[in-house]
Design a protein around this ligand. Structure first.
Ligand SMILES: Nc1nc2c(c(=O)[nH]1)N[C@H]1C(S)=C(S)[C@@H](COP(=O)(O)O)O[C@H]1N2
Ligand SMILES: [Mo]
Length: 307
C-alpha cells in the first residue's frame, strides 16, 4: 500500500471529507497546509471534535452524495442541477435583514452572523417529502440566538423566511416553477426550539452553493423543504406567513410539514424512506426521530389537519 507523506499531498487532492475523516493528517499538514486550507474556505474543521448531544450517531452520507443530489429549484429541478448550475452564484458579500414585530430590527452581515453564537457541528437526518433521506454534518448555530438579538415583541407569533431573488445568477428563477423568492415559515416557538439551526457549513467547510450558501435553515423534525436556502430576510409576524410550497399546492404541502409516517402525501407514502446510498428502505420515524424533543410543541393538535 502506498502511504503518502503529508508533504507529498497536493492541496488540490484534499477534499473536506478527507479532512473530516482523518484529523491526524490535518494536524500533520502543519502551518503551511492549514493556511492553504483556510484559503480554500476550510474554516471549521476543528469543530467536529466537539460532539453535540443533539447529533445522531448514524452513518453520515458522503460529501459527494450531500453535494451532488440536491433540491434547490433556483438552479433547476433535477437533482444534479444545483451542483451543475450554481458555480456562478456569489454567496459573498451577504447580509440578512431581520425585521417585523421586533424591538431591534437589524441587518447582519454574514460575518456578524457567524460570530453571533459559538458554531457547532450538528449531525442531523434530513428527510425529503419525496421519500429519500440523508445524514448531514452541518455547522451552524441555534436560530434562537439570532431571534434573541432582535427582541421579538409580544405580537410576534410566526417567523417568515425569504431566499435571495437573483435570476441573473439563478437560472431556475427564470421559470415560474415556484413563486419566487422561495418563502418558508415557522411558528415562533418552533423557531426558538434548540434543534432548529441556521447552517453556515457542512463537513467542516463553508456551505457549498448547492446546499444553500451562505446561510440556510435546518429544522430536522420537518420535511426538507422547510429548510430554506440562501436566506436574505427573516420577518417576525402575528400572522401565519405564506410559503412557496403551500402557495404552489395547498392540498399537498401544509404549513407545519412535520415528518409524520402516519400521514401520507397525496402522491407518496410517508411510511418509509430510502437513505441515499442504501438499497433497502427503512421505516420513517415520527418527527424524523426527534419526537422526544419536539412532540410537546404539538400537544393537543390534530396532526392530520395540521399537516
Ligand atoms: N431556496 C430554496 N430552499 C430549499 C429548496 C429550494 O428549492 N429552494 N429545496 C428544499 C428541499 S425540497 C429540500 S429536500 C432541501 C434539500 O437540501 P440539500 O440539497 O442541502 O440536501 O432544501 C430545501 N430548501
Ligand atoms: Mo425535499
Amino acid at each position: 500500500m502506498l502511504i503518502k507523506r503529508p508533504d507529498d499531498i497536493l492541496p488540490s487532492e484534499i477534499t473536506p471529507q478527507d479532512l473530516y475523516l482523518d484529523r491526524r493528517r490535518f494536524l500533520l499538514l502543519g502551518a503551511a497546509g492549514a493556511a492553504g486550507l483556510a484559503l480554500s474556505g476550510n474554516a471549521f474543521a476543528a469543530l467536529a471534535a466537539k460532539k453535540s448531544l443533539l447529533s445522531t450517531g448514524e452513518r453520515m452520507n458522503t460529501l459527494k452524495e450531500i453535494t451532488g443530489y440536491n433540491n434547490f429549484y433556483e438552479f433547476g429541478t433535477d437533482k444534479g442541477d444545483p451542483a451543475e448550475y450554481s458555480g456562478q452564484f456569489k454567496p459573498r458579500p451577504w447580509a440578512v435583514t431581520v425585521d417585523g414585530d421586533v424591538l431591534k430590527p437589524r441587518t447582519f452581515s454574514i460575518e456578524q452572523l457567524m460570530k453571533l453564537a459559538p458554531l457547532e457541528e450538528r449531525i442531523y437526518r434530513l428527510r425529503c417529502v419525496e421519500g429519500w433521506s440523508m445524514v448531514i454534518p452541518w455547522i451552524g448555530f441555534p436560530l434562537s440566538a439570532l431571534l434573541k438579538q432582535v427582541e421579538p415583541t409580544g405580537k410576534a407569533k410566526y417567523v417568515a423566511f425569504q431566499s435571495v431573488l437573483r435570476p441573473s445568477e439563478m437560472p431556475g428563477q427564470r421559470d415560474d416553477v415556484l413563486a419566487w423568492p422561495y418563502r418558508e415559515g415557522l411558528r415562533l416557538d418552533e423557531a426558538m426550539h434548540p434543534l432548529a439551526i441556521l447552517a453556515v457549513g457542512l463537513y467542516g467547510n463553508v456551505l457549498p452553493n448547492q446546499n444553500g450558501a451562505p446561510i440556510r435553515l435546518i429544522v430536522p423534525w420537518k420535511y426538507g423543504f422547510k429548510g430554506i436556502k440562501s436566506i436574505v430576510r427573516i420577518t417576525l409576524t402575528d400572522k401565519q406567513p405564506p410559503t412557496s410550497w403551500n402557495l404552489a399546492n395547498a392540498h399537498e404541502y401544509g404549513f407545519y410539514s412535520n415528518v409524520n409516517p402516519e400521514v401520507d402525501h397525496p402522491r407518496w407514502s410517508q411510511a418509509t424512506e430510502r437513505r441515499i446510498g442504501d438499497f433497502f428502505k427503512r421505516k420513517t420515524l415520527m418527527f424524523n426521530g426527534y419526537a422526544d424533543q419536539v412532540a410537546g410543541l404539538y400537544r393537543g393538535m390534530d396532526l392530520r389537519k395540521n399537516f
